[in-house]
Design a protein around this ligand. Structure first.
Ligand SMILES: Cc1cc2nc3c(=O)[nH]c(=O)nc-3n(C[C@H](O)[C@H](O)[C@H](O)COP(=O)(O)O)c2cc1C
Ligand code: SF4
Length: 464
């Protein structure tokens, strides 16, 4: 049935609403009765009549890539679970939604919780998990309540609990509230937190969750949006679903656009069918009057920044082509080829009214606050990066502070337990690579030599 949307919240014609079909929909509510009016839980009914492995095969055929950040193929991840395993298998839905610039999972949870529960139930059946958790950040109390109510309703109707739909399969789903830390979005930090401990990420190897996850048992961690897609894959079949989007970048994904555009918001598009130019100029209504584009951070704050006047070469040999920022198709592979990433789908648009030093300092403040402190390069380095950009925005930095900043960043990534090391250093590295002149222009050569003396550092730290 085609959906009618609330006034002013209609999807753009270039969108294709699948996972967000019911978000902002006129007359839609979160009840099970409403969900069932449009085939709710039909795919779970189908799933419990299938061989579990056949569901994983469909997800593999679909080519579904994780929507939480790394874009790792979901079916392949499920296939990493050990065979002939005698330990329990767990599934965790990552609803921490902690990457700055990302605001999609919360709308699924708030407006269409049964879609997520159905997706999770199918995934649990496929991987043999009888117990699943939704790890949701503390800042979404309403979301946690909505999910709890939906789980209760699904239980009453036999979609969850003992002997799901008479299939012999048992499943319980629990909502677990985090305390609101970025690092709890990192899957092994999340697992530690779920176990009741401080969320110190675990080192990989050996602690790949599929092998040694929750309580050291095989565990699948997937993002909210990823798990919702599972239901739609089962509905049409993996092969058919893989025709949505572009090769190797299949399906739809929700892009969250923030920053300097006329219509920031969430937009579900077929992966790779919309360019950055179409996203900014058509879907988001363009830049603000009289402004020009300076830069875009395409995949959440940890993605490397793209400069507006760059020319990107993607592809190799005869397939090589040159792209401006406007031509970049919003897909995993092209954004990676352009030196950044699709990440969590958070697109941050920066126009020429913004100071690059201010933007970078804002990001560095976040990471310095969120480092879990377990490894020295990240704990110390993220704080030093913040302190140096504090000095830059305060006009108290010398030009060589930018070299120090570069040096600090490049001594973090690749030297830490978890990918937060890259997440916190890539912004600084890429901002220096792309905007060194502007950063240096915000420094004062007369301060050269006063570099990082204790007094200046303390003063700078106090600014934040
Ligand atoms: C520092 C950090 C924060 C992360 N935060 C989130 C998050 O908030 N939500 C999320 O789904 N994935 C997050 N991830 C990615 C998860 O570790 C994990 O890869 C993801 O939940 C897997 O789901 P997917 O394969 O469906 O994307 C984060 C990763 C890192 C390194
Ligand atoms: S990289 Fe940072 S966030 Fe990750 S474990 Fe080390 S200190 Fe913690």
């Amino acid at each position: 049935m085609s959906a009618i949307y609330q006034e002013g919240k209609e999807p753009h014609p270039k969108e294709r609403r699948i996972v967000f079909k019911n978000v902002d929909r006129e007359g839609w509510d979160t009840s099970l009765a409403m969900y069932e009016t449009e085939g709710g839980y039909d795919q779970l009914k189908k799933a419990v009549g299938m061989e579990p492995g056949a569901i994983t095969d469909e997800v593999k055929k679909a080519g579904l890539r994780g929507r939480g950040g790394a874009g790792f193929p979901a079916g392949v991840k499920w296939g990493f679970l050990p065979q002939n395993n005698d330990k329990p298998v767990y599934l965790i839905c990552n609803a921490d939604e902690s990457e700055p610039g990302t605001f999609k999972d919360r709308y699924i949870i708030h407006q269409d919780p049964h879609q997520l529960i159905e997706g999770m139930a199918i995934a649990c059946f496929a991987v043999g998990a009888n117990l699943a958790y939704i790890y949701i950040r503390e800042e979404f109390p309403e979301g946690a309540q909505t999910l709890e109510k939906a789980i209760e309703e699904a239980h009453e109707k036999g979609y969850l609990g003992k002997n799901v739909l008479g299939s012999g399969f048992d499943l319980e789903i629990y909502v677990h509230r985090g305390a609101g830390a970025y690092i709890c979005g990192e899957e092994t930090g999340l697992i530690e937190s779920l176990e009741g401990k401080r969320p110190y990420p675990r080192i990989k190897p050996p602690y790949f969750p599929a092998a040694m996850g929750l309580y050291l048992c095989p565990t699948i961690v997937n993002n909210v949006e990823t798990l919702c897609h599972v239901k739609h894959i089962l509905e049409v079949g993996g092969e058919e679903w893989s025709k949505i989007g572009t090769p190797n970048n299949t399906g739809t994904r929700i892009l969250c656009v923030s920053g300097d555009v006329k219509k920031p918001g969430y937009y579900e598009v077929e992966v790779g069918t919309v360019t950055m130019g179409e996203l900014i100029n058509d879907i988001c209504g363009g830049l603000n009057e009289g402004r020009s584009l300076k830069a875009v951070i395409p995949g959440g704050s940890s993605a490397k920044v793209l400069r507006a006047d760059e020319v990107f070469t993607v592809g190799r040999g005869d397939d090589a082509r040159k792209l401006t920022i406007w031509d970049i198709p919003m897909d995993f592979d092209t954004l990676a080829a352009c030196g950044s990433m699709a990440g969590s789908g958070g697109v941050i648009v920066i126009d020429d009214s913004r100071s690059i030093s201010w933007v970078l300092n804002n990001i560095n403040n976040f990471y310095a606050h969120e480092s879990c402190g377990q490894c020295t390069p990240c704990r110390e380095g993220s704080l030093w990066m913040k302190k140096i950009t504090d000095r830059v925005v305060a006009g108290k930095a010398s030009p060589s502070d930018i070299d120090t900043l570069d040096n600090v960043a490049r001594n973090i990534d690749g030297r830490t337990i978890c990918a937060f090391g890259e997440a916190c250093s890539w912004p600084t590295e890429s901002f220096i690579d792309k905007f060194r002149d502007e950063l240096v222009s915000d420094t004062n050569p007369e301060l050269e030599g006063e570099l990082l003396n204790a007094e200046a550092v303390t003063a700078a730290a106090n600014l934040g």
